[in-house]
Write a protein that binds this ligand. Structure first.
Ligand code: 173
Length: 323
């Protein structure tokens, strides 16, 4: 009898706590600014899988999808207004709201250091003010950008070439003499196919995802900067989560950001794949490589300072390599 009663009590307690848990389960709307299942969305997709597994009965993410659901340059607005709760996006896609976000590309220190040296906290205030958001995890780092071309070059003079850009590349490519045209990633293939552009800026990874390899003859080395893609959450959404819900999000964020250093393996794999696909490398060496590198960072920081006289210099102290 004694055993029976305690069994019944246990069942009752379990069912009560289960219903409380399900009553408190919250579902967040998640969006990515890169095509679903492509390289720059994959980290976010792993994050969602983890949250949905660890957060059963507590917190779930409803994955709305990518650019088919929302244009990439609209994601910042949607996150700020709370139309979506959580977003996978790079700073260059929401410079309309927060020009400082483009400075992430210029980091020469790992996120672990930037979280300690005050750089993360400094950016966090700007995220709160301008985007009503919090950066949870930078999952892409150590991933250089490159120039991809269909016409060969012999010097770093890009005069006469028309290149597809985002804010990442604008100041640098213009300083090399190129004409630039901004497009979302989803328009790159057609722009190449129609000859609207002679090439494009993109990181070392991912050109196979949307078939650009078919329309690409050359890659210029060395690469420059460090691509950033991060998961952001709307501030009001985060504020309303209870401690258990916050913990699921915080743990998945730390777990994902810790994987950013592994991007280098993906870089190597894509370099080999580009070679096998017959994409030729135009490599600047020695003093030319140094000049190319210095120009990238000088024009990059000049652009940040111009866009944000208030914060640019401070961000450079936190992000640039210490001298
Ligand atoms: O080229 C781009 O669209 C761009 O700015 C970017 C940024 C980070 C990762 C991939 C692309």
């Amino acid at each position: 009898m004694h055993i029976r009663l305690s069994t019944i009590t246990a069942v009752m307690v379990l069912s009560v706590s289960a219903s409380v848990a399900s009553a408190q389960e919250i579902t967040l709307k998640g969006i990515t600014s890169f095509a679903e299942k492509t390289f720059y969305s994959r980290g976010f997709e792993r994050f969602i899988e983890k949250v949905n597994a660890d957060g059963k009965g507590v917190i779930q993410i409803n994955y709305i999808g990518g650019p088919k659901a929302m244009p990439p340059f609209e994601v910042g607005n949607a996150l700020k207004s709370g139309v979506v709760d959580i977003a996978n996006v790079t700073g260059a896609f929401y410079t309309n709201l927060m020009p400082e976000a483009d400075a992430w590309k210029l980091t020469e220190r790992p996120m672990s250091e930037i979280r300690k040296n005050g750089g993360y906290d400094y950016m966090a205030k700007i995220y709160e003010q301008k985007l009503n958001a919090i950066l949870l995890a930078r999952h892409i780092d150590n991933n250089p950008f490159h120039i991809y071309l269909n016409k060969p070059i012999t010097t770093i003079d890009l005069t006469g070439l028309k290149l597809r850009i985002t804010p990442v590349y604008r100041d640098f490519f213009q300083s090399l003499g190129a004409t630039v045209v901004q497009t979302a990633p989803g328009e790159v293939y057609t722009a190449l196919e129609r000859g609207v552009v002679d090439g494009y800026g993109w990181p070392i990874t991912g050109i196979f995802d949307l078939g650009w390899n078919e329309k690409t003859k050359y890659r210029v080395d060395p690469g420059f900067y460090s691509a950033e893609v991060s998961i952001l959450i709307n501030k009001a959404t985060l504020d309303k989560l209870n401690p258990a819900q916050k913990k699921v999000i915080a743990d998945a964020s730390a777990w994902l950001e810790a994987q950013a250093s592994q991007t280098v393996k993906e870089n190597e794999a894509d370099i080999a794949r580009q070679k096998a696909a017959g994409i030729q490398v135009i490599e600047f060496k020695g003093v030319d490589a140094i000049a190319f590198h210095n120009k990238a960072y000088e024009t990059g920081w000049a652009g940040v300072l111009k866009q944000s006289p208030e914060h640019g210099a401070k961000l450079r102290e936190f992000f640039a390599k210490s001298k």
